[in-house]
Design a protein around this ligand. Structure first.
Ligand code: NDP
Ligand code: 2IT
Length: 443
């Protein structure tokens, strides 16, 4: 059996109830097959793949807190420190009811390669909890965050592990978490990113993932003889990534006609009114169904179905496995030319292959959404030098980083005779730097 197949089998046998983690490992190792085969003896001897798929450590802890009725609630917290070969562990925290160890591990594993692609010195990690801030009062969210940090603080640090936001963790949560870290340790250091601007946050971090996704998409289109100008765009999700993806897509001449949340989706043929969406989501923390109050001509549909909307460019920005083979078939039948992942692993493996077989430009999340963590690394730099850069400075660096990532993907794909296969290119380019650092540092 080939080394890659052996390791995939071992991962499934050792971690039987973690389907998302299996999926992420399979996707990466399938791409690496060509590289591994060329170095099989050495990699086997060094156990490179076994070392890559086993996190450095997995921390799981109890998070007790008191709700507004005086009842004690208990959630589970996680931090998976996956690989710190090229820098301190770096990756977000996800607060969502469906969070479990397998989901955190898939996200942490993806983060290793994503962070490597940014070109900045950051390792891979991820964390979170099965706590969902939706529908909770500010006091309840604060109580949860304080309890979560009361355990997490001992495992992190500005040079050790630097968490940030992800689904369910935005500026409010980061503020409460940072306050508790500082209270316990007495340290005023860049231990979290995505901080508020008044206490060490970076300008453009809020916008970075969505903006970066569009800088990447724009570059991918340009290098393939297209532009965003006049294109119809569908964005799923209505959170941090989706909102700023919509903003930049519009600035670059595209027309975004649909958005979704976990309850339903909106279609607005005249183009999404982003001011309304920001008020609904960022200010009122409400449901997307409210949108038709602002725009009576728009249509709200309960449940799934956003990928049935005809578009040129599709940007899945909500969650894992939200775009399956049936969705891919609809998008292709409707003439989609490019799909770029703002979320982490939103496209199933079958759907990804279907896009690639049908000549659709497909950008994997670990490259296309890397602008968020890249700007987090820029926030770390600013914290270290105790300075803050202007919005224009950070935005220009972000754009450069995304254009560079595209070049790295293209180059790696071409080197392995797979021109235009950006999935292969991303996994190989991300892997090369990490494996080099791992081997240099010994067992
Ligand atoms: P937010 O919490 O701000 O927004 C998430 C959005 O996705 C919401 O509209 C939410 O709907 C929807 N959503 C979440 N879970 C589900 C689900 N299970 N089914 C359907 N819809 C769902 O998160 P972000 O925008 O930060 O994150 C979105 C994606 O982007 C995630 O995959 C994340 O890992 C990835 N990402 C985020 C980065 C960042 O910097 N924030 C960086 C790189 C990737 P509802 O409001 O109903 O819950
Ligand atoms: O998936 C991701 O890259 C993030 N949620 C951002 C992580 C970070 O450290 O900024």
């Amino acid at each position: 059996m080939s080394y890659v197949d052996e390791v995939i089998e071992k991962v499934i046998a050792k971690n039987p109830s973690e389907p998302e983690f299996h999926q992420a490992v399979k996707e990466v190792l399938e791409s690496l097959r060509v590289v591994v085969e060329a170095n099989e003896e050495k990699y086997r001897k060094e156990a490179v793949l076994e070392r890559l798929v086993e996190p450095d450590r997995q921390i799981k802890f109890r998070v007790p807190w008191v709700d507004d009725n005086g009842n004690i609630q208990v959630n589970t917290g996680y931090r998976v420190q996956f690989n710190n070969s090229i820098g301190p562990y770096k990756g977000g925290l996800r607060f969502r009811d469906n969070v479990n160890l397998g989901i955190i591990k898939f996200l942490g594993f993806e983060q290793i390669f994503k962070n490597s692609l940014t070109g900045l010195p950051i390792g891979g990690g991820k964390g979170g909890s099965d706590f969902d801030p939706k529908g909770k009062s500010d006091r309840e969210v604060m109580a949860f965050c304080k309890s979560f940090m009361t355990e997490l603080y001992r495992h992190i640090g500005a040079d050790v592990d630097v968490p940030a936001g992800d689904i369910g963790v935005g500026g409010r949560e980061i503020g409460f978490l940072y306050g508790q870290y500082k209270r316990i340790t007495g340290l005023y250091e860049g231990v979290l990113t995505g901080k508020g601007l008044s206490y060490g946050g970076s300008l453009a971090r809020t916008e970075a993932t969505g903006y970066g996704l569009l800088y990447f998409t724009d570059e991918m289109l340009k290098q393939n003889g297209q532009t965003l100008q006049g294109k119809t765009v569908v964005v799923s999700g209505a959170g941090n990534v989706a909102i700023y993806a919509t903003e930049k897509a519009t600035q670059l001449g595209g027309k975004v006609v649909a958005l979704s949340d976990s309850t339903g989706w909106i279609y607005d043929a005249e183009g999404i009114d982003l001011k309304a969406v920001k008020e609904i989501k960022e200010v009122n923390r409400a449901r997307l169904s409210e949108y038709t109050k602002y725009r009576p001509n728009a249509k709200y549909t309960e449940g799934k179905g956003i990928w049935s909307v005809k578009c040129d460019v599709a940007l899945p920005c909500a969650t894992q496995n939200e775009l399956d083979i049936e969705d891919a078939k609809m998008l292709v039948a409707n003439g989609v030319i490019a799909v770029a992942e703002g979320a982490n692993m939103p496209t199933t493996i079958e759907a990804t292959q279907y896009f690639q077989e049908n000549g659709v430009l497909f950008a994997p999340g670990k490259a296309a959404n890397a602008g968020g963590v890249a700007t987090s690394a820029l926030e770390m730099s600013q914290n270290s030098e105790r300075l803050s850069w202007t919005f224009e400075e950070v935005d220009a660096k972000l754009k450069d980083i995304m254009v560079n990532i595209f070049a790295k993907l293209s180059d790696a794909a071409e080197r392995y005779n797979a021109k235009g296969n950006y999935v292969l290119g991303a996994n190989i380019a991300g892997f090369e730097k990490v494996v080099d650092a791992m081997l240099a540092q010994g067992v």
